[in-house]
Design a protein around this ligand. Structure first.
Ligand SMILES: NC(=O)c1ccc[n+]([C@@H]2O[C@H](COP(=O)([O-])OP(=O)(O)OC[C@H]3O[C@@H](n4cnc5c(N)ncnc54)[C@H](OP(=O)(O)O)[C@@H]3O)[C@@H](O)[C@H]2O)c1
Length: 261
């Protein structure tokens, strides 16, 4: 197994998860760099490595630099780094590969296709990692690094990665938001979100072996228009929820027609 010296830039969810799992996989995390020193120190202290909040103090002794700041800050931070020919990769699904070209000539993308939170542990061996790179040397290094975490490595250029990220936003971020709405509606009526968990579990279990389109149920696909009207009346004081309900109902009904054609 290749063992790398790694600098992690950023101190959020992805920084923590990658630092922790790469450290546990035998790599040497040599520095945590983040604009808020307390957050950098918190991660650094877990693996007894130094941290800094100054880009001018970024160690030049690492093999790989993982830039884990939020999408909109990647450009700004990359432009403050001068790593010559060191390998640097960002971890975003949607930011272009070339965003890092001022930081090094060996740049790439190391995008873990999973929802990562600092306070929720994950098994990285189940997580696909999407790789892209400015040249084959960088691609090989990033794939070697990814292979120490998972055997699910996907080569994806900017366009493919964007498609993956948009799909992931629908599959994860939007469904999770819908779970939050469901929880609010239940709790407002004195009911616990717990009662929905078997339903949520079954929804996810079913799509392991079926296309989601083929296992859709509910009033929209049945065209139970009286029920749909009753649901919209129930939501009459929650305009935003009613709009979401109507938009999704309409889309489900259009897809059914499209599928039958
Ligand atoms: N979380 C996920 O599920 C996930 C999965 C795959 C990929 N990603 C990608 O990974 C990257 C990080 O996501 P995250 O979830 O870890 O985000 P996060 O928890 O919000 O952390 C973002 C990090 O960016 C730093 N940052 C924000 N604005 C900055 C600026 N102007 N200059 C310098 N640093 C700045 C933050 O520093 P402060 O704490 O000082 O604000 C923080 O360290 C993003 O590109 C995201 O698309 C996320």
């Amino acid at each position: 197994m290749s063992v790398f010296k790694i600098v992690i830039i950023g101190s959020g969810n992805v920084a923590y998860q990658l630092a922790w799992h790469l450290h546990n996989s035998g790599h040497e995390i040599i520095q945590i760099v983040s604009r808020h020193i307390d957050a950098a120190k918190w991660i650094g202290n877990l693996m007894e490595v130094p941290s800094t909040n100054r880009y001018s103090e970024v160690s030049l002794l690492a093999d790989i630099y993982l830039l884990t700041v939020k999408d909109d800050a990647i450009d700004e931070v990359a432009n403050q780094l001068n790593l010559a020919d060191k390998v640097i990769a960002h971890t975003s699904g949607s930011v272009g590969l070339n965003a890092l070209q001022k930081a090094s000539k060996n740049y790439g993308v190391f995008y873990p296709l999973q929802t990562l939170s600092r306070n929720v542990s994950v098994d990285f061996s189940h997580i696909p990692i999407c790789i892209d790179a400015s040249n084959s040397h960088t691609a090989i290094r990033l794939k070697e690094l990814a292979a120490t975490l998972t055997n699910k490595i996907i080569e994806a250029d900017d366009q493919k990665r964007l498609a993956i990220h948009v799909a992931a936003v629908f599959a994860n971020n939007f469904t999770n938001h819908l779970f939050s709405i469901a929880q609010m509606l239940l709790e407002r009526n004195g009911l616990s979100f717990e009662i929905l968990k078997p339903l949520i579990h079954e929804t996810v279990r079913k799509i392991q072996n079926h296309d989601p389109l083929n296992v859709q149920t509910g009033p929209a696909i049945r065209h139970d228009e009286h029920t749909i009207k009753k649901h919209l009346d129930f939501l009459k004081d929650d305009h935003q929820f009613a709009e979401i309900y109507s938009a999704l109902t309409e889309d489900i009904q259009q897809w059914k027609i499209g599928n039958e054609a």
